[in-house]
Design a protein around this ligand. Structure first.
Ligand code: CTP
Ligand code: MG
Length: 230
């Protein structure tokens, strides 16, 4: 099955507060975005990678990040105000694939084995999400800051990326969300609301999403522990 990867990298990184989008910050000397793309290009079944960056950054990302790091991608396109808008922009230029994989630029530590497992699940079921069982007990709050409910932890998973779907499903999901004014924090939510099945594929807590400075330091530790050099 032909697979195209879309990498949403058009966020501003406000929570990290570095003054530049976090995907441009160095992780052991190379930009976070470069590590993420390199990890995806290491998966043989991924035929092409489309990178979605802040509007106006397209040329600079190609010249100053991708080319110097020796990374060859199919397209670099401008994203939108929200992550969902950015993924939609990626979908507009993705053609020909049977499966679309979406993986956040902010998760540079994804491993090829997990991607392969998620691709196999998506090929079988049509939708797959990499996730980890939650280790904290999760509370749902009411409007007044009290606990409304404690869902049993055994059924709770924290969704990560990659998330992989049949191309027709994710296109329909984004088109319907736009038409219905629905916004979601991940792509699976949009596919789920159409009633399509999405498999949970066990991933790793090492596939962390770099959100804060502490995450950046943790990511460097993990890379060092793996003995990885560029
Ligand atoms: N993203 C995107 N377009 C947006 C917002 C986010 O492509 N308009 C991407 C980010 O670049 C990131 C991923 O979606 O790779 C997950 O978003 P998040 O971790 O929230 O990153 P930021 O939005 O950049 O960070 P923050 O919310 O702290 O501003
Ligand atoms: Mg964000």
């Amino acid at each position: 099955m032909q697979v195209i990867a879309i990498v949403p990298a058009a966020g501003g990184g406000t929570r990290l507060g570095a003054g530049v989008p976090k995907q441009y910050l160095p992780l052991l000397g190379k930009p976070i975005l470069a590590w993420t793309i390199r990890a995806l290009l290491a998966v043989p079944r991924i035929g092409e990678v489309i990178v979605v960056v802040p509007a106006g950054d397209e040329g600079r990302v190609a010249r100053e990040i991708l080319a110097p790091c020796g990374l060859s991608v199919a397209r670099v396109v401008a994203g939108g105000a929200e992550r969902q808008d950015s993924v939609r922009e990626g979908l507009r230029v993705a053609s020909g694939a049977e499966l679309i994989l979406v993986h956040d630029a902010a998760r540079p530590l994804i491993g090829a084995a997990v991607v392969e497992a998620a691709l196999a699940a998506a090929a079988e079921t049509g939708g797959a999400v990499v996730a980890v069982p939650v280790t904290d007990t999760i509370k749902r709050a009411d409007g007044a800051g009290c606990v409304a409910e404690t869902p049993p932890r055994g059924h709770l998973w924290a969704a990560q990326t990659p998330q992989i779907f049949r191309a027709d499903w994710i296109r329909e999901a984004h088109a319907r969300a736009l038409a219905d004014g629905v916004s979601a924090t991940d792509d699976a939510m949009l596919v789920e609301r159409l009633g399509y099945p999405v498999r949970l594929v066990p991933g790793s807590t090492e596939n962390l999403k770099i959100t804060t400075t502490a995450d950046l330091m943790a990511a460097e530790q993990i890379l060092r522990g793996r003995g990885v050099t560029w």
